[in-house]
Design a protein around this ligand. Structure first.
Ligand SMILES: [Zn+2]
Length: 280
């Protein structure tokens, strides 16, 4: 398993220690130090030093020295899945025929492990675990067809990445915008892996609303409807909307409504995880 899949601070279960040039092993076959293994070694050393300076522990099992230990990281497998949402019914000044929405790609199901990492980030302020979510988000983006346009280096042809916002109250309590951070991390991963040069634009904001957790489908839709607005700067832009979790799709649809109302074209929707009980 490549370290891409294993979370922020781990090399993964399948990782085997690299061999430096000139160092003879029991098989007497010196192997070159590749850029990949060199980066992995450097990162592990840096994390060891960081753990000495700022003690940390695994967000899932509390093992010391890593935000996500190697064992826990191996269960965060990307298993991209797509689902369709019903077309968006446009009302008011932007009224017109229902606007079809792109399929929603999710990197993985909302397993206990994924839930544990997301809750640690959102509820316990463990921003150090965000890179694990960023890597999953990057896998979801790669699985979608949002990057299928134009050359990788062709910046204008790639969509702008717009994270779905939390409420201001949640952001204040948390001290950071977790999806903005995760999207920035995913953009970094995609640049390293595929040379994609995506740009982050946090151009959605959310008015106060009740937390969606614990609400049924209809209550979620009522709770979130007309609570988001998009910056006028998004007009005419192609947008890749990203979020952490899709359950009923109510928040994603509201974000799409706000983006459409502001004149944007939503060309892709990607979430880190999907809840099994979702419906559109
Ligand atoms: Zn662990």
């Amino acid at each position: 398993m490549r370290d891409l899949y294993t979370g922020d601070r781990s090399l993964g279960a399948g990782y085997s220690a690299p061999v430096h040039p000139g160092v003879m092993t029991h098989s007497s076959s010196p192997r070159p130090l590749t850029p990949h293994t060199a980066r992995a070694l450097f990162r592990e050393a840096a994390l060891d030093i960081a753990a000495l300076c700022v003690p940390t522990h695994c967000v899932l099992c509390a093992a010391p020295d890593r935000s996500l230990c190697r064992g826990c990281a191996t269960v965060l497998h990307p298993r991209p899945t797509a689902q369709r949402l019903a077309p968006l019914v446009r009302q008011g000044p932007a009224a017109g025929p229902p606007a079809p929405l792109p399929p929603v790609f999710s990197a993985c199901p909302y397993t206990d492990a994924v839930r544990g990492v997301i809750v640690a980030v959102k509820e316990r302020g463990r921003s150090d675990a965000i890179p694990a979510l960023a890597r999953l988000l990057a896998e979801g983006i790669l699985a979608s067809d949002a990057l299928a346009c134009g050359a990788r280096e062709s910046r204008p042809s790639l969509p702008l990445v717009v994270p779905l916002p939390s409420t201001r109250a949640s952001e204040r309590a948390r001290g950071f915008r977790h999806m903005e951070c995760a999207a920035r991390g995913a953009i970094r991963v995609l640049r390293q892996r595929g040379g994609y040069r995506l740009s982050l634009r946090p151009w959605l904001c959310s008015r106060p609303r009740r937390d969606q957790v614990g609400l049924g489908r209809d209550a979620r839709i009522r709770n979130v409807t007309h609570t988001m607005s998009a910056s006028p700067r998004v007009r005419g832009c192609r947008v890749l909307l990203v979020d952490d979790l899709i359950t009923t799709g109510a928040s994603v649809r509201e974000a799409c409504r706000a983006l459409h109302a502001a004149g944007a074209q939503v060309v892709g929707i990607v979430t880190i995880a999907y809840a099994q009980r979702h419906s559109s």
